[in-house]
Design a protein around this ligand. Structure first.
Ligand code: 0WD
Length: 254
């Protein structure tokens, strides 16, 4: 029973138990969803396996979104196992740590392209493969950040990639809407995760949010998880192309 009873979905981007995708996974399973999880390489397999076990989730295999063969293998596997899927969570981003500091103007072409590939293009690659499996409609959810809308210190090329990601959400929503597939993003407030530890002065950003956000605190992965649950469930069946802020309200003042 629950809001997600009978729904099956893929969650991409769990690195450990602090990952935002882990918060979303827990909320979905608490409401009856059945999950498949990908991991990036053997190092993460070790960390993700016990987490998958904890949720009774299936390990869908290694996936590096820069390698289309690994993406194809994951979706082929799901087709074989389940025949169809109802939702996908894309919680993946990467940029060279050295460029999440200092000035945006100093970004190298190599890292610009790599950041765009992993953090923006990959959503489109995922959506393209999810579409034929979402035979009863579906919900695709990605994660973005306020640095897409406004300049945030040190977010640099990742802000540019998140802007492209948010535009992708809108174009994908139009392309897939006719099939009842919805595409949305959560713009999460800052949370201390592995990916966030690469951003210069991240502790200052957390403090700044605590002082200035309407709720006077930062958000947790459980809170992002519950908002994700809404966007993945039929509660949000009239919602697509939306960037939903789960940031203690920071975006109304920032
Ligand atoms: O404050 C934050 N933490 C926020 C994060 C605020 C707003 C948005 N976000 C976004 C991130 O940009 C990302 O899109 O949320 C998403 C999830 O990030 P997270 O939960 O903060 O970070 P983490 O737990 O590190 O998970 C991201 C994972 C990677 O972990 P690492 O630590 O290796 O970067 O993305 C995966 C990987 O597991 N990842 C990839 N997966 C497949 N192929 C790849 C890749 N090439 N690169 C990274």
């Amino acid at each position: 029973s629950g809001l997600m009873a009978g729904k099956r979905g893929l969650i991409m981007g769990i690195a450990n138990n602090r990952s935002i995708a882990w918060g979303i996974a827990k909320s979905c399973v608490a409401q009856g969803a059945e999950l498949a999880l990908t991991y990036q390489g053997d190092a993460f397999k070790k960390r993700v396996s016990p987490l998958a076990e904890e949720l009774g989730a299936h390990l869908a295999g290694h996936c590096d979104v820069t390698d289309m063969d690994t993406l194809d293998a994951v979706f082929d596997g799901l087709k074989e196992r389940w025949g169809k899927i109802d939702f996908v969570v894309h919680a993946i981003a990467f940029s060279d740590k050295d460029e999440l500091d200092g000035r945006y103007v100093d970004t190298t072409r190599d890292n610009f392209l790599r950041t765009m590939d992993i953090s923006a293009y990959s959503l489109t690659a995922v959506a393209k493969r999810a579409e034929p499996l979402m035979t009863d409609g579906g919900s695709i959810l990605t994660l973005t950040y306020y640095g897409a809308e406004k300049v945030m210190p040190h977010y640099n090329v990742m802000g540019v990639a998140k802007a492209a990601l948010e535009a992708s959400v809108r174009y994908l929503a139009v392309d897939l809407g006719g099939k009842g597939i919805r595409v949305n993003a959560i713009s999460a407030g800052p949370i201390k995760t592995l990916a966030a530890s690469g951003i210069g002065d991240f502790r200052y950003i957390l403090k700044w949010n605590e002082y200035n956000a309407p709720l006077k605190r930062t958000v947790s992965i459980d809170e992002v998880g519950d908002s994700g649950l809404y966007l993945l469930s039929d509660l949000s069946r009239g919602v697509t192309g939306e960037i939903h802020h789960v940031d203690s309200g920071y975006h109304v003042v920032g």
